[in-house]
Design a protein around this ligand. Structure first.
Ligand code: FES
Ligand SMILES: [Fe+2]
Length: 341
């Protein structure tokens, strides 16, 4: 199931230069993304009305995009404004456009009914220049259905197995269960991992053999993962009654990651992520080291999920058997099914 009435991440702001249209597949549709002369983004169906050539092979001319097959010129509303050698422009010479917003260094495209495109529904990711964080970026492309990647992010017990090497995650990730709550447009999963080695061992948290880790993420429609992790001296979880730490409690280390899962088709998915330390705890070098580890870890996910997809493809009727770790998956799946597709 692909849900059209949602904001999807189509890539990083820095992927879209002023002078180069870019093609993206979103929900199975070819979309051309380009910038007008003032830098604002335009998203259009990547198909010229004439002989159906891709407009992403076209040329940006100020606030217009010219198809470089036979030269038809389109404005940012998709209307044809010029047909070389022909005065009459048919009234149906119009390319579909999609609502698009550039926010927090991501390009968000609304693939559904334009009348329902409400920018307040865009997930609350962090901007790369947020002074509280030092963030680096990455992306990955999957031969797998997006729901398998959502499921992976909604159940972090897999850290103990898939990411034992990259993230150095201990068995506590699989043995304890998070508190799972329904939030607007998604689900929140929070917990303490107590008395565990610091991960990553890069900061002043490394002065401690063991730490208490508070980890809390929101996973919101259509598939955006926003994770805050903080480390404290052992005993902090108990002192907090195993609830959220006070916002002003000093941390040994803290980091934040925004991750977006975007179905490019029914069988393929793009994955965009940023990660890095709180600026009080880390610098550019640490942020780079963290994003390198994250890249390694996400490749571990990709190996598992693409192999899982191949098994599912052999017999799609076979149903999974949920465990108690699947609570957030169950809630989020129901939320997806309730959406106006
Ligand atoms: S296909 Fe675009 S101008 Fe002919
Ligand atoms: Fe993972």
């Amino acid at each position: 199931m692909l849900i059209r009435n949602c904001w999807y991440v189509a890539g990083w702001s820095h992927d879209f230069a002023a002078d180069a249209p870019v093609q993206r597949q979103l929900l199975g549709d070819p979309v051309v993304l380009w910038r007008k002369s003032d830098g604002t983004m335009v998203a259009m169906e990547d198909r010229c009305v004439h002989r159906l050539a891709p407009l992403s092979l076209g040329r940006i001319e100020g606030d217009h995009l010219r198809c470089m097959y036979h030269g038809l010129l389109f404005d940012s509303a998709g209307r044809c404004k010029e047909i070389p050698g022909q005065d009459m422009i048919p009234s149906n010479a119009c390319v579909r456009t999609y609502p698009v917003v550039e926010r927090n260094n991501w390009i968000w495209v609304w693939m559904g009914d334009p009348a329902k495109a409400d920018p307040s529904r865009i997930a609350k990711s962090k901007a790369l220049d947020d002074p509280a964080w030092v963030l680096k970026t990455g992306e990955l492309h999957y031969e797998a259905h997006y729901e398998l990647i959502n499921d992976n992010l909604l159940d972090l017990t897999h850290l103990a197995y898939v990411h034992a090497n990259s993230f150095g995650a201990g068995p506590a990730w699989a043995q304890s269960r998070p508190k799972v709550e329904v939030i607007p447009e998604g689900v929140r999963s929070s917990r303490w991992i107590s008395n565990t080695p610091p991960v990553p061992p890069l900061s002043k948290a490394a002065e401690h053999d063991r730490v208490d880790i508070w980890t809390s993420y929101d996973f919101v429609l259509p598939g955006v993962f926003l994770l805050y992790t903080a480390m404290f001296p052992p005993g902090t979880a108990d002192a907090c009654g195993n609830g959220p730490p006070p916002a002003d409690l000093p941390t040994l280390f803290a980091n934040f990651t925004s991750q977006a899962v975007t179905p490019t088709s029914e069988t393929t998915t793009s994955y965009y992520y940023s990660w890095g330390p709180a600026s009080e705890h880390g610098d550019e070098a640490m942020a780079q080291a963290m994003i390198d580890v994250a890249g390694m870890a996400f490749h571990e996910d990709k190996v598992m999920i693409e192999a899982q997809q191949k098994i599912i493809n052999r017999n799609p009727a076979t149903r999974p058997m949920p465990t108690t770790a699947d609570k957030a998956i169950t809630i989020f799946t129901r939320l997806m099914q309730s959406q106006d597709a």
